[in-house]
Design a binder for this molecule. Structure first.
Ligand SMILES: NC(=O)c1ccc[n+]([C@@H]2O[C@H](COP(=O)([O-])OP(=O)(O)OC[C@H]3O[C@@H](n4cnc5c(N)ncnc54)[C@H](OP(=O)(O)O)[C@@H]3O)[C@@H](O)[C@H]2O)c1
Length: 292
C-alpha cells in the first residue's frame, strides 16, 4: 500500500524525479500552484491549511521555492517580492500547517546559505552567511524550520542534475546542449561546487521517510568540482570532442552586479555515515546521464 505524502514543488526539476522514481511507494497530495483543478499557492496560509486538512499524510516534502537567483537579486531587501514570499512566508505557512496537523517537515535547502569563501568543504557546523537574496531567503527559511517545535529534517543540495533530461535544464544537460551546439561558455577553473545527483537524492528523501530521520544534513555528493573539470567529465561521457575554453570567475565578477559564491561544495559525511545505501560518485553518476 502506498503512503500518502504531502508535497510542494513536486513538478520541478528535483521533485518530478522523486515523484517519477517513487510513485509505487507514495500517493502524492500535492500543493501545486499550476494545478488548474486544485491550485495551491504556498504563500496563502488558508490554501496551505486546507491542503493539509484534506490529507492523511504524516510527512510533507517541501521543495517549492523561488529558484531564480538573478531574479531574486533584483528583489533584494524586498519582503513583498516573490522570492521572499515563496521562500520565507511559504515556509512559515508550511511550518504552521505541520504544527497544526502534526506533520514531519522535510525541507529542501541550498549550499547558497554559505558565503562561498571557505576553500574546503562546508559542514553542518559552519555558520550560514548568505551573500545574495536567494541565499538569504533560503537561510531565513532554514531558521523558520529550526526554530519551530515540529519534527523536521533539512537536506541541503547544490547544483542538482539528473540522469534524464527535464524542460528546465540542469547543469549537466546545459553543458551537453552547449557542447552539441558549440555554444558552451568558457568554464571557470576557479569556481567550485558540489554536484548533487538527483537520482540518488530521491533515494535520500525516501530514506528520511523510511527511517524517520530528523536533523540538518548536507546532501550533495560530498565532492568538490570546478566548472571546468565538471564540463570536461560531461564531454568525456558523451564522447564530445568540442574544445572547452577555461574561464576566470574573477574576470567574470567584474562584469556582474550580484555577488557569487566561489565554493559551495559540502561535506556529506554526516549523511553518508547514516544512510543504508551508498551515494554514487559523480563520475559514475555522469555515466547514467542521457542527453534526451
Ligand atoms: N535547482 C537548483 O540549482 C537548486 C540548488 C540547490 C537547492 N535547490 C532547492 O531545491 C528545491 C527544488 O528546486 P528545483 O530546482 O526543483 O525547483 P524548480 O524546478 O524551480 O521548481 C520549483 C517548484 O516550486 C513551485 N512553486 C513556486 N512558487 C510556488 C508557490 N507560490 N506555491 C506553490 N508552489 C510553488 C513551482 O511550481 P510551478 O512549476 O507550477 O510554477 C515548481 O514546481 C528548492 O527548494 C531549491 O531552493 C535547488
Amino acid at each position: 500500500m502506498r503512503n500518502s505524502l504531502l508535497a510542494t514543488g513536486i513538478n520541478g526539476l528535483v521533485g518530478s524525479k522523486f515523484k517519477n522514481d517513487f510513485s509505487d511507494s507514495y500517493q502524492f497530495d500535492s500543493l501545486d500552484i499550476s494545478d488548474p483543478q486544485n491550485r495551491v499557492d504556498i504563500t496563502d496560509i488558508n490554501q496551505v491549511m486546507a491542503a493539509f486538512e484534506a490529507s492523511k499524510a504524516r510527512y510533507v516534502l517541501h521543495l517549492a521555492a523561488y529558484t531564480d537567483v538573478t531574479g531574486a537579486w533584483n528583489q533584494r531587501g524586498d519582503k513583498n517580492g516573490l522570492a521572499y514570499k515563496v521562500n520565507v512566508t511559504g515556509t512559515q505557512n508550511i511550518v504552521s500547517a505541520c504544527r497544526e496537523h502534526n506533520v514531519h517537515l522535510i525541507h529542501i535547502s541550498t549550499a547558497y546559505v554559505f558565503d562561498g569563501t571557505k576553500e574546503t568543504l562546508y559542514t553542518e557546523n559552519d555558520t550560514v552567511h548568505p551573500i545574495e537574496w536567494y541565499g538569504e531567503t533560503k537561510a531565513l527559511a532554514e531558521e523558520v524550520v529550526t526554530n519551530s517545535a515540529i519534527d523536521w529534517t533539512i537536506l541541503r543540495i547544490d547544483q542538482p542534475f539528473r540522469s534524464d533530461s527535464f524542460p528546465r535544464q540542469d547543469i549537466a544537460h546545459r553543458i551537453i546542449s552547449g557542447l552539441e551546439t558549440a555554444t558552451l561558455y568558457p568554464q571557470f577553473t576557479n569556481h567550485f561546487f558540489g554536484p548533487t545527483f538527483i537520482d540518488d537524492f530521491a533515494k535520500v528523501i525516501d530514506w528520511v521517510i523510511r527511517t524517520k530521520t530528523t536533523g540538518l544534513f548536507n546532501a550533495s555528493s560530498g565532492e568538490k568540482w570546478s566548472d571546468f573539470a565538471f564540463a570536461q567529465a560531461v564531454a568525456k561521457q558523451i564522447g564530445s570532442t568540442t574544445s572547452i575554453k577555461p574561464g576566470n570567475l574573477d574576470e567574470y565578477l567584474k562584469t556582474l552586479d550580484r555577488p557569487y559564491q566561489k565554493n559551495t561544495a559540502m561535506d556529506t559525511s554526516k549523511l553518508q555515515s547514516k544512510l543504508d545505501f551508498s551515494l554514487r560518485d559523480i563520475a559514475s553518476a555522469l555515466s547514467e546521464v542521457t542527453s534526451n
